[in-house]
Design a protein around this ligand. Sequence first.
Ligand SMILES: [Zn+2]
Ligand SMILES: [Zn+2]
Length: 268
Amino acid sequence: MAYPGRPTLRPSLARLKRWSAAGLDLLYPRICQACECAISFEAPREGLSAWFCEECNSTLPRIEAPYCEVCAEAYDGAVSTTFRCENCAGRKLGFEFAFAGFKAQGPIRTLIHRFKYERRYELRGVLSELLLEALKEPRLAMESLADWVLVPVPLHPSRQGEREFNQSWELCCELHQATGIPANQALIRVRDTEHQARMNRRERLANLRKAFAPRPDRWGSPAPDLRQRKVLLVDDVVTTGTTTDECARVLTEAMGVQKVVVIAVARG
Ligand SMILES: [Zn+2]
Ligand SMILES: [Zn+2]
């Protein structure tokens, strides 16, 4: 996906930034987000090498082909063509496809868990760097930025009160900073549907129905107009896609969005 990226600094400012970063490295070595060892002084300051030591970076649980073209479920066998997993075969969804650069395993799972449940807000930087990897999916890499908007999967207000922030919105804001793609809290959650771990699939689907709605015009903030836009629906973890499917349906059916692609840090 072509995007403007971070604004470029004047050469003199860029040099100053490099020197001060090098100085800071001496005082406070950068720490690998997976194994907590000190990151090599020469390691790049951009991309995943800025956040993980060489060894951890090379062993992150990346999702590589072959994977389901709809839900990104990785497949261990040898498949050379695109395919749909059993769960997605014949399934009609509100979004085109979902993708994450990583499996929700090992250090990725730990980072997401700390961010979400231990309120480790400072982890949003490394998580958005991991989320950026999803934009390298070949179908997204071909797209140009022009009509896309980042929209987070909303939390129910009661849940957001507990957690103090919506992890998906925080990721959208970070991604916006890094790419320039606009972000919009276009949806609200009108029913608390997160306590559904013990329900079966049918009960979960019924419970999810009408759980989301377009954000209305209120508190001086106009209702979002996303007609004919393309949406990157952002979540921290994507699994079978039932929640994101419901969100995507509201976006396309009630708000006139042209198409929705789901991106997440990890595939659960
Ligand atoms: Zn490491
Ligand atoms: Zn699938």
